[in-house]
Design a protein around this ligand. Structure first.
Ligand code: FAD
Ligand code: FES
Length: 279
């Protein structure tokens, strides 16, 4: 069995996270253990196959995906009940690499459904005893994700910061601005010793890259593009001008790569491959 073998599996648990967002859990018998940042192609029979970040995986190979209902296939995923079947291919793509230096200042900066892969990363960091800070941005309080779990973490090693566009919870404003506030008193030595992992709206990640570049901070972004094959065949997820594929070379890209990707923060492709503005 390879990561591209489709396995038909039953949904074993469903959790309502917030309005329009659900987490589905299924047991995936595979020796290929997913790592934070990787995704799976999820097939709903008779509907479509779509990419979803793996939002958790436990020792017994129970995988989770957290799905925002935005269209036909995600609506069908929301309509599933326990014991319904889905097809799963994965784990696919690259992953967030944990720092070898355990004394690093680690930031996880996420917006909206971009918290899904960061949740998996937070679980791993927490389990491995790293210190880290999470910044979560959302439109409003009711859109914040995984609050119950995050508050269960050891508060000595983890810090949580929240912001909402309307100020209904945490700071009023954007995650990229909150990050800037949190590092405002850092020395050049601390900047050098900081790493940021991000996922969310591309404009937010673009702003984060600029801030990290300014201070010489190591930075990684998890990108989203419309995908067909998820395995490097169709070319729909190509990033110009390097021709990097989000499904194969990503979805995680370093600042060195992002600086060279002219599409980053500006363009994505629609289902026909035509470029459209991200604004
Ligand atoms: C690597 C990766 C990881 C992802 N992880 C998650 C996740 O953890 N949770 C989650 O809810 N979603 C995730 N997505 C986005 C998800 O794949 C899309 O929302 C989904 O494919 C939409 O399918 P649909 O049939 O419901 O919507 P459609 O009816 O096809 O489209 C509805 C709207 O969603 C937009 N859309 C469609 N596909 C994508 C896409 N791939 N990225 C962004 N917008 C899209 C369309 O342009 C349209 O505006 C991820 C995407 C990628 C590439
Ligand atoms: S989705 Fe087909 S090449 Fe990436």
């Amino acid at each position: 069995m390879t990561e591209n073998t489709i396995q038909t599996l039953r949904v074993s648990r469903i959790k309502n996270d917030c309005i329009g967002v659900k987490t589905l859990i299924f047991k995936k018998p595979t020796e290929l253990k997913p790592k934070p940042g990787q995704f799976a192609m999820i097939w709903v029979p008779g509907v479509d196959e779509v990419p979803m970040s793996i939002s958790a995986c436990d020792e017994a190979s129970n995988w989770a995906i957290t799905v925002k209902n935005v269209g036909e296939c995600t609506q069908s995923l929301h309509n599933l009940t326990i014991n319904d079947y889905i097809g799963v291919r994965g784990p696919l793509g690259n992953y967030f690499k944990l720092p070898t230096d355990r004394k690093k200042n680690i930031f996880l900066v996420g917006g909206g459904i971009g918290m899904a892969p960061l949740r998996f990363l937070a679980h791993d960091l927490n389990k491995s005893g790293y210190n880290f800070k999470i910044i979560q941005g959302a439109k409003e309080e009711s859109d914040l994700l995984y609050m119950d779990e995050f508050y269960d973490y050891d508060r000595e090693s983890s810090e949580f910061h929240f912001c909402t566009d309307d100020g209904s919870y945490g700071e009023k404003g954007f995650a990229s601005d909150l990050f800037e506030t949190l590092i405002k008193d850092y020395t050049p030595e601390q900047f050098k010793n900081t790493v940021v992992y991000s996922c969310g709206p591309e404009i937010m990640m673009y702003k984060l890259l600029q801030k990290c570049e300014k201070h010489n901070i190591e930075f990684y972004a998890c990108l989203e593009r419309i995908m067909r094959c998820g395995c490097g065949l169709c070319g729909l997820c190509t990033l110009d001008p390097l021709g990097l594929l989000v499904c194969k070379d990503g979805p995680i890209f370093s600042s060195e790569e992002l600086k060279k990707i002219e599409d980053f923060g500006k363009y994505k492709r629609d289902f026909t491959g035509r470029k459209i503005s991200l604004e």
